[in-house]
Every structure is written in structure tokens, then in C-alpha cells.
Design a protein around this ligand. Structure first.
Ligand code: NAP
Ligand code: MG
Length: 402
């Protein structure tokens, strides 16, 4: 069988620990035998980031911008313990944070559904994708403890010196205050990333805030989304047969629970933080959650939502067997290959990506899975495979399909 050809390279961002081990197994067993894989390789493993003073992360983000599609392995975000472990020159920033800031993108997280791993919410039949705004609000707030009676105001001083004031509260005793902000530019990028992604996956987009209470702050989010939708996306949504739906956040939460899924839920920063953890745990497993960063101008970076699975890596280094789930990392590759295929009108490549995903799902539905899934499956007799055996089982399913 001749290998599928690629015309444009994918930006490949390698990573750390157990996911780095899975990364090379996936390439060796599931990609290279079938695809004449073209990638521009960036090693975002912590050692290389340290050696290059993190320049490699910046270079990889620039490459993602240039080519439009990247696939990323999980990476270590250094903390004090990692400083010693890897003898780091500095506590380098999170690569995801750096790449997200450079691409000005929004992260979309979606669960992978398989029969036998059932969501806790019984009517959820299709994935719910969370899009979380990644700038401002409570995460960049200024706070004060008010010790005793006194007046607290918001003051805006324009560049020409004029002041605008708004009373927050006349305190008669001790209390607390908080000042939040956001930027129209950031909200606009968030909105465009959400509309772009909804068109890409042909799913409805939901957005919700508390605009009835927060008549200026949250209402601006609502207005900016609506203005951009009307001016730039309404027509294409109509053609794609999808809708943009705005409602209040409490109404959205109630509707999500009663829905069957199958849409994108755009969330303000705090709502996204809380709701993405709820959605991922309710759908079953972090190891079955994909993640894609989408920039407002349509660059895509695919990855798994989980980390480097450090505990399994130390077992692996000790020569012990591991049963680490590679599905989210495989789906990062299939997502990137499908997008590359679509952009290059390479149907063979896009269809290979579909089959690779089907092979993963089929393997699990046949009862062959890693330990994390065996613990939660409704299948009474699962076969627990180690990390390599699981990938080989997927290869077998894939070969039967091709
Ligand atoms: P983690 O790597 O997501 O793993 C936490 C635990 O979840 C694991 O110990 C394992 O549980 C389970 N798990 C996660 N993924 C799994 C998989 N594919 N298969 C089976 N089990 C899985 O989170 P962490 O241990 O908190 O973080 C480790 C490193 O990852 C940190 O250095 C952190 O900075 C980094 N991180 C990177 C990213 C990213 O690059 N996107 C995201 C998050 C964290 P058991 O041990 O019980 O089996
Ligand atoms: Mg959180």
C-alpha cells in the first residue's frame, strides 16, 4: 500500500514525560506506516526549552502562525520542584500560555464519546464543547480589604486628565472590594474564534453572561458578540445551518443539563474555568478530552487536555508497565491531520484522520482499553492493555479499516 502524501507540513510540538513516550509510539505505529508524514519539528521538552531560553516555544508559535495547523504534546509547566529536577536556568512560563498569547486564541475542549463510557448526565448523547475566554475578569482583578468606614469609588482618569467616577459603596464598617476589567479587543478575538470554530465543526454556538445584573460589564460581552455575529458571520451560519444562541448564564446552565449536547458553549473566563471541569468529569475522563486552540484569524493548534502523566512516567523509568491512555493525544494528531487535509484539499489525508479516530473508538467499544477506562466502563469484561498494547490494538483496527 502506498503512503498518503502531504503537501504542507504540520507544525509538530513535542513535549515531556509519559506523553512524550506515547508521542513517539503513536508516530511509529499509527502514523508513519500510513502517511508520508511531513512535519516541521519543535522540541518543547523542558530540556530544550531551558537550553534555548524558551526561544523554541516562541519559534513554534510563529511556525503555527505561518502554516496554520499545529499538533502539540503535553508539556511540563515548571514549578519549584521542576527547577531542581531539570536544573533550570529560570522558571519558564507555561508553553500553552505563551502560545495562546502569541496566537491571541481561544481554547475549545471537547469530550470523546464511546459506548461503554457513559456520561453521568443520562440525556447527554453528543459532546459539549467548552470555549473559555482566557483574559481578564476576576483573574486580573485588583482587590482591597476595607478596614473600616469610608467611601470607595471607581475612578477613570483619561489621558487628558478628566476624571469619571462611580460610587462603589459608602462603607459604614469593614468590608472588601474588587475591581475587574476586560478589553474590547480581547472580547472581539474571543468572539471571532468562537464563530470561526462553530463554522468549522458545524455546531450551534451558545453564549451566556449575567447582562441583566451587570448592565455595562457583561452587557458589553453580549453586545460585542452580537455586533460581530451580525456583521461578519450571520450569513455563513445560515448557509451552514447552524445558529448563534445567547441567553442568561443561569438559563444556560439549566438548559445544558436538559440538553442532549452537540453544541459549543462559549463561557466568560470564570464560567469556563468552573464549567469545563464539570463537563469533563461528567463525561467520564480527562484522558478522553481533546483541546484545540483557535486564533481569531483561523490558526489551529491541537492537543490533549491532560498533562504529561508524571506518575506513570516515573513507573516507566523504573521499568514498570504502564497503562496510559493515548486517545486524546491520538485525537490531537487526527484533528491536525484532518484540518491540514481540509486546507490542502487532501481528501485522502482527511479521511485517514477520520479512520484513525474510528479505530480508537472501535477498539474501546470492543472492550480493549487502558486501566483508567476499565475502572469506569459499563462493559462487564474489559481487557486491560498496557500503553503499547493499546496502541497496537488500535493499529490492528485501523489496518482492517484501510
Ligand atoms: P496529568 O498529567 O493530567 O495527570 C494527572 C492524573 O490523571 C494522572 O496521574 C493519572 O491518574 C490521570 N491521567 C491523566 N491523563 C491520563 C492518561 N492519558 N491516561 C491515564 N491516566 C491519566 O496532570 P498532573 O500530574 O497534574 O501534571 C503533570 C504535568 O503535566 C505537570 O508538570 C503539569 O505542568 C503538566 N500539564 C501540562 C498540560 C499541557 O501541556 N496541556 C496540562 C496539564 C498539566 P493516576 O495517576 O491515578 O493513574
Ligand atoms: Mg479549573
Amino acid at each position: 500500500m502506498s503512503k498518503i502524501q502531504m503537501t504542507t507540513p504540520l507544525v509538530e510540538m513535542d513535549g515531556d514525560e509519559m506523553t512524550r513516550i506515547l508521542w513517539s509510539m503513536i508516530k511509529e505505529e499509527l502514523l508513519e506506516p500510513f502517511v508520508d508524514l511531513k512535519t516541521e519539528y519543535y522540541d518543547l521538552g523542558l530540556e530544550c526549552r531551558n537550553d534555548t531560553n524558551d526561544q523554541i516555544t516562541i519559534d513554534s508559535a510563529n511556525a503555527a502562525r505561518k502554516y496554520g495547523v499545529a499538533v502539540k504534546c503535553a508539556t511540563i509547566t515548571p514549578n519549584a520542584a521542576r527547577m531542581d529536577e531539570y536544573h533550570l536556568k529560570e522558571m519558564w512560563k507555561s508553553p500553552n500560555g505563551t502560545i495562546r498569547a502569541m496566537l491571541d486564541g481561544t481554547v475549545f475542549r471537547a469530550p470523546i464519546l464511546v459506548k461503554g463510557i457513559e456520561p453521568c448526565v443520562k440525556n447527554w448523547k453528543k459532546p459539549i464543547t467548552i470555549a473559555r475566554h482566557a483574559y481578564g475578569d476576576v483573574y486580573k482583578a485588583a482587590e482591597l480589604k476595607i478596614p473600616d468606614a469610608g467611601k470607595v469609588e471607581l475612578v477613570y482618569t483619561a489621558e487628558n486628565g478628566t476624571e469619571t467616577r462611580e460610587l462603589i459603596h459608602n462603607f459604614t464598617g469593614a468590608g472588601i472590594v474588587q475591581g475587574q476589567h476586560n478589553l474590547n479587543g480581547s472580547i472581539e478575538s474571543f468572539a471571532r474564534s468562537c464563530f470561526t470554530y462553530a463554522l468549522d465543526v458545524k455546531q450551534d454556538l451558545w453564549f451566556a453572561t449575567k447582562d441583566t445584573i451587570s448592565k455595562k460589564y457583561d452587557h458589553s460581552f453580549k453586545d460585542i458578540f452580537q455586533e460581530i455575529f451580525d456583521a461578519e458571520y450571520k450569513e455563513s451560519f445560515g448557509k451552514a445551518g447552524i445558529t448563534y444562541f445567547y441567553t442568561l448564564i443561569d438559563d444556560a446552565v439549566a438548559r445544558v443539563m436538559k440538553s442532549e449536547g452537540g453544541y459549543i458553549w462559549a463561557c466568560k473566563n470564570y464560567d469556563g474555568d468552573v464549567m469545563s471541569d464539570m463537563i469533563s468529569s461528567a463525561f467520564g475522563s480527562l484522558a478522553m478530552m481533546t483541546s484545540v486552540l483557535v486564533s481569531p484569524d483561523g490558526c489551529y493548534e491541537y492537543e490533549a487536555a491532560h498533562g504529561t502523566v508524571q506518575r506513570h512516567y516515573y513507573k516507566h523509568l523504573n521499568g514498570e508497565e504502564t497503562s496510559t491512555n493515548s486517545v486524546a493525544t491520538i485525537f490531537a494528531w487526527s484533528g491536525a491531520l484532518r484540518k491540514r487535509g481540509e486546507l490542502d484539499a487532501n481528501e485522502e489525508l482527511a479521511s485517514f484522520a477520520d479512520k484513525l479516530e474510528e479505530a480508537c473508538i472501535k477498539t474501546i467499544e470492543e472492550g480493549k482499553m487502558t486501566k483508567d477506562l476499565a475502572l469506569i466502563t459499563t462493559n462487564p469484561n474489559p481487557t486491560v492493555l498496557n500503553s503499547r498494547e493499546f496502541i497496537l490494538a488500535i493499529r490492528k483496527s485501523l489496518e482492517e479499516m484501510l
